[in-house]
Design a protein around this ligand. Structure first.
Ligand code: URA
Length: 211
């Protein structure tokens, strides 16, 4: 199978907000609000090609056929904890979406993803799953989360992040060539601790003020 597509979201609002988030002096509150706003904008992009069907409705003046989203229902799947930063923005656009929570932490030595929580709707095989995590760094968490979703039946997965490292994209594409990626930027590289450079630091810590 050929490598999954990487969709770079170059919309000026997304790029502007990302620059504000990178600034080391951005407050916790400001960082969290921006992540939420970008979540909404990325949701708009990742759902751009959802199929429509024509349905019969009646306006106050006339009956007509009008487009409505057809096909599979959406599930949003944030990787805890930073992925939750996108969730409210996405749910604002698709309030009826279900939510799957995926708890993974990164072992600081091995940088491998360790599962500690998974709770998802039972009908994942009938749903389009939007997997989300702001940072695609080593790709270990994203790969593990996509594998968990597939084990639980998901067959149609899209991955949304804010920032990606080339190493993370290559890793993710090699393990999940069927899962397309949406990102606002691809940065230069990872440092020895698996952080994206220039990046924006630890997204979870910056969202919740834990450092
Ligand atoms: N996770 C983060 O929060 N930041 C990085 O740069 C890499 C992984």
């Amino acid at each position: 199978m050929s490598a999954s597509a990487v969709n770079l979201v170059s919309h000026p609002l997304v790029q502007h907000k990302l620059t504000l988030m990178r600034d080391r002096d951005r407050s916790t509150k400001g960082f969290r609000e921006l992540l939420n706003e970008i979540g909404m904008l990325l949701c708009y992009e990742v759902t751009r090609d959802l199929p429509l069907e024509m349905v019969n409705i009646e306006t106050p003046l006339l009956p007509m056929k009008a487009p409505k989203i057809a096909g599979k229902k959406l599930t949003f799947a944030p990787i805890l904890r930073a992925g939750v930063g996108f969730l409210d923005g996405m749910l604002a656009l698709v309030p009826s979406a279900r939510v799957a929570h995926i708890g993974l932490y990164r072992d600081p030595q091995s940088l491998q993803a360790v599962e500690y929580y998974f709770k998802a709707p039972s009908d994942l095989s009938d749903r389009t799953v939007i997997l989300m995590d702001p940072m695609l760094a080593t790709g270990n968490s994203a790969c593990a989360a996509a594998s968990l979703l597939k084990t639980r039946g998901a067959r149609d997965i899209r991955f949304v992040c804010l920032l990606a490292a080339p190493e993370g994209i290559a890793h993710f594409q090699s393990e999940h060539p069927d899962v397309p990626v949406w990102t606002a930027a691809v940065d230069d590289r990872l440092n020895d601790h698996g952080y994206i450079l220039p990046g924006l630091g630890d997204a979870g810590d910056r969202m919740y003020g834990t450092k």
